[in-house]
Every structure is written in C-alpha cells, then in structure tokens.
Design a protein around this ligand. Structure first.
Ligand SMILES: Nc1nc2c(c(=O)[nH]1)N(C=O)[C@@H](CNc1ccc(C(=O)N[C@@H](CCC(=O)O)C(=O)O)cc1)CN2
Ligand SMILES: Nc1ncnc2c1ncn2[C@@H]1O[C@H](COP(=O)(O)OP(=O)(O)OP(=O)(O)O)[C@@H](O)[C@H]1O
Length: 211
C-alpha cells in the first residue's frame, strides 16, 4: 500500500488557495509531530505484515542495490545496523563488506536526545543489549564512518527520512566531524509523498529500496 492517500497534518487546511499569503501555521511542528506518529504506526504495521520470504527477497534486492550505489567498500568504514522491528536484514551483506576489505560499524545509543556513537564490529565480536533491546557491540573503538546506512520507517520524494522518532540520525549527522555519504534503506512500500521536513531534518544522499 502506498502512503499517497494518508491524511495531511492539520495545518494544511490553512493553506487555502487564493490567499496572497498563507498565515503562519500555529504550532505547525506539533501538528507535524502528531501526523508523523500516526504515519510511523501505519508504516510499521504494514512492514511487520510482510512474510518472512518477502522480507528475505527484499533484503537480497536491497543488498544488490547497495553494491551498485556504493561501489567499492574496500578501505572504507560503513555504518550498518542490527535489524529489529522488520527492518531489512543486511547482516550477510555487512559481512561481505568486511570480506571485501571494508570495515563495519554499528550505531549505539548513548542516551536519549544525544548523538549516536558508531562502534566497530566484526563477526564474532560480543554483542550486548542496548537501549530498546537492540544488540550493539559490547566494546570496540568508536569510529567515524565514511558511509552511513540509516534504516528508515518512511521516506519521501526529496530523500527525507522518517525514523522511529528519536531524532538520533538527524542529531548525529548534524555533528559528524567528517561528512559521510548517507543512504536511507527500506522497503519501496514505505514511500510517502512528503514527511513535511522540518529545519532539523537532514535529507539522505541516496535512498535504496527493494524496488
Ligand atoms: N536497527 C536499528 N538500530 C538503530 C536505529 C534504527 O533505526 N535501527 N536507530 C536509529 O535511530 C537508533 C535507535 N533508535 C530508536 C529510536 C526510538 C525507538 C523507540 O522505540 N522509541 C519509542 C518511543 C520513545 C520515545 O519517543 O521516547 C517507541 O517508538 O515506542 C527505538 C530505536 C540506533 N540503532
Ligand atoms: N540536530 C538536532 N538537534 C536537536 N534536536 C533534534 C535534532 N535533530 C532532531 N532533533 C529532535 O528529535 C526529535 C525527533 O525528530 P524526528 O521526528 O525527525 O525523528 P526521526 O528522524 O524519525 O528519528 P530517528 O532519527 O531516531 O530515526 C524532534 O523533537 C527533533 O526536534
């Protein structure tokens, strides 16, 4: 199901045609935040309804598309992710990156409202349960990725990403000491017309899906 017909945030009715200037929406962010919350739920429910075979097939297509988008990963550090809540499983792809001479890092939540840390990971390294029970490397150096893969709940035509709502990737990308190439990864069915981007939202350099 596509997201094209989802209802817009409440303030949209204020943008009447024929006005020479639209009034500044009152507390537009509160309306957008409410809309995003409902949209996340709709998109996550749709994603969790996919069966295992469909998800597996999608992950393979995404892995192939990532290879085309990134090219050679030898000598480069790629931030991947440990999948949860129906995200495409890129763990085998991540291992292949290492086999081809690249490095893999995984994002670690240090605390809420704080940038993520990226921690180096190779197969066999011990993992522990971090925030929201996501598995993260138990130790290992903090590294700066050249390429950041940001799993998405939704995305739009201008490459803006909707995540779980913690603001972690936006906060992290805003403070990276060195610019990275940022790729939003998810299912083609997670596309919406717009996520109503806000000043804090940072567009992805590319979106990779199973389409
Ligand atoms: N696999 C994976 N790992 C990841 C991310 C991700 O998107 N995918 N992250 C990408 O950022 C970070 C974790 N971000 C998360 C942000 C919010 C929630 C979450 O469940 N939030 C609650 C609401 C909490 C609140 O608003 O206070 C919820 O939805 O019920 C989970 C993970 C780091 N690791
Ligand atoms: N650079 C930033 N500095 C301070 N606050 C930020 C920054 N980026 C995002 N936030 C805050 O984070 C909150 C969540 O933002 P948003 O709805 O865009 O989350 P999201 O992109 O879906 O989440 P995530 O990146 O964790 O997957 C908002 O309240 C927003 O103001």
């Amino acid at each position: 199901m596509s997201g094209e017909y989802a209802s817009p945030p409440c303030f949209m009715h204020e943008l009447e045609p024929g006005r020479d200037h639209a009034p500044a929406p009152r507390d537009a962010w509160a309306d957008v935040a409410r809309w995003r919350q409902a949209e996340r739920k709709r998109l996550l429910d749709a994603r969790l309804a996919l069966d295992v075979a469909a998800r597996h097939d999608s992950a393979n297509r995404i892995a192939a598309a990532l290879d085309r988008t990134i090219g050679k990963t030898g000598g480069r550090t790629v931030s991947s992710y440990w999948p949860f809540r129906g995200e495409p499983d890129l763990r085998n792809w991540s291992i292949r990156v290492i086999e081809r001479g690249g490095r893999i890092a995984l994002p670690v939540v240090i605390r809420k409202n704080w940038p993520l840390e990226f921690r180096a990971w190779t197969p066999g390294d011990p993992l522990e349960r971090g925030m929201w029970n996501i598995l993260v490397p138990a130790r290992g150096p903090s590294v700066q990725p050249d390429i950041v893969i940001a799993p998405l709940v939704g995305f739009d035509a201008a490459n803006y990403r909707l995540g779980y709502g913690g603001g972690f990737f936006d906060r992290t990308l805003a403070t990276l000491p060195r610019r990275a190439f940022v790729i939003g990864v998810g299912y083609a069915a997670s596309r919406v017309a717009t996520i109503y981007p806000q000043p804090h939202d940072i567009a992805m350099d590319a979106i990779v899906t199973d389409a």
